[in-house]
Design a binder for this molecule. Structure first.
Ligand code: 6GU
Length: 245
C-alpha cells in the first residue's frame, strides 16, 4: 500500500520512521511518502494561507496550493482504491472499522490542514473528479492541525497490512476487535510481586475457566468504562453466562 502525507510540518511525521510502521516501510510492505505543502507554493514567502471570505478569526489554506500538491501526489485520480483523507475535528469519527476498510486501499493521501482548515472547494473538487474523500476526526477534542491525526491513521491502518504485525493472533482479541469489547487485564511474572498476586484462575491451567474469566473481565470493564459499546453489542454474540455479568 502507498500512503502520502502532505503537511506544512513534515518533521511532525518523523515518528513514522520508528517501530512497527518503520519496519513495515523497510520490509517494503508500506510505501510511505511525506511531503511539504510549501513545495507547491509559488511566491517568495511560500504562502499557503489567506484570510477567510466573510470575515472571522484565523487563516484558511488556499485551494490553488492544495490542488497543485494533490494533483502531483494522487497517482490515478478516480481509480478504485484511491482515497483522499482530510483530518478535521468536524469529520466523521475514525474507528477500528474505518482502519480495517482503508487497509484494503491502494493509495491513501492524507491532507493535513492547519489554521482554520482548508478551503472547502478542495474536497468538492476531488469528489467531483471521482476521488473517494473522507473527512475524519480522531475524537471529541480540538488539535492545532491534522498531523497528529495523520500519525494515528497511518499507525492504525499500517499495522493491519498483511505481514506487519508478527503474530496475526494478536489482532484478534484486542480492544475494539470483532467482539466489540475492551481487552481483559493481563499479567506476567513474577506471580507474586511485592504481595500482589496474579488471579488464581490464570495459574490453574484450566483453559475453559481462563477463557470464561477473561470474557467476564472484558464485559465488566466495557460496561464500566464504555457503556456505549455494550449498547451496540450484537445479542447473537452473547452467551448465557454473559447475561449475568
Ligand atoms: Cl482530525 N484535526 C484537528 N485539528 N483536531 C482534531 C481532529 C483532527 N480530531 C479531533 N480533533
Amino acid at each position: 500500500m502507498r500512503i502520502d502525507v502532505v503537511s506544512i510540518f513534515p518533521d511532525y511525521l518523523a515518528a513514522l520512521d520508528l517501530s512497527l510502521v518503520g519496519k513495515a516501510r523497510t520490509a517494503g510492505l508500506l510505501d510511505l511518502r511525506v511531503h511539504d505543502l510549501r513545495d507547491w507554493a509559488t511566491d517568495r514567502h511560500r504562502t499557503v494561507d489567506d484570510t477567510p471570505f466573510g470575515g472571522g478569526a484565523g487563516m484558511v489554506m488556499r485551494p490553488d496550493v492544495w490542488s497543485r500538491a494533490l494533483d502531483d501526489v494522487i497517482e490515478e485520480p478516480g481509480a478504485p482504491g484511491v482515497r483522499l483523507v482530510v483530518p478535521t475535528p468536524s469529520g466523521e469519527v475514525f474507528t477500528q472499522r474505518t482502519a480495517e476498510a482503508w487497509a484494503g486501499e491502494r493509495q491513501l493521501v492524507v491532507a493535513c490542514g492547519r489554521y482554520e482548515g482548508i478551503d472547502a472547494r478542495v474536497v468538492e473538487h476531488y469528489r467531483a473528479t471521482g476521488v473517494e474523500v473522507s473527512e475524519v476526526s480522531i475524537g471529541d477534542y480540538v488539535l492545532n492541525g491534522g498531523e497528529v491525526a495523520a500519525l494515528v491513521v497511518v499507525e492504525a491502518v499500517g499495522r493491519l497490512l498483511p505481514g506487519v504485525v508478527g503474530n496475526p493472533e494478536s489482532l484478534v482479541e484486542e480492544s475494539h476487535g470483532a467482539a466489540g469489547l475492551l481487552e481483559y487485564p493481563v499479567y506476567t511474572k513474577p506471580a507474586d510481586w511485592d504481595g500482589r498476586e496474579v488471579p488464581d484462575v490464570l495459574l490453574s491451567g484450566h483453559h475453559g475457566r481462563i477463557a470464561r474469566w477473561r470474557r467476564d473481565q472484558a464485559l465488566e470493564r466495557t460496561a464500566r468504562r464504555r457503556p456505549d459499546l455494550v449498547a451496540r453489542l450484537d445479542p447473537a454474540t452473547l452467551d448465557r453466562s454473559d447475561r449475568d455479568v
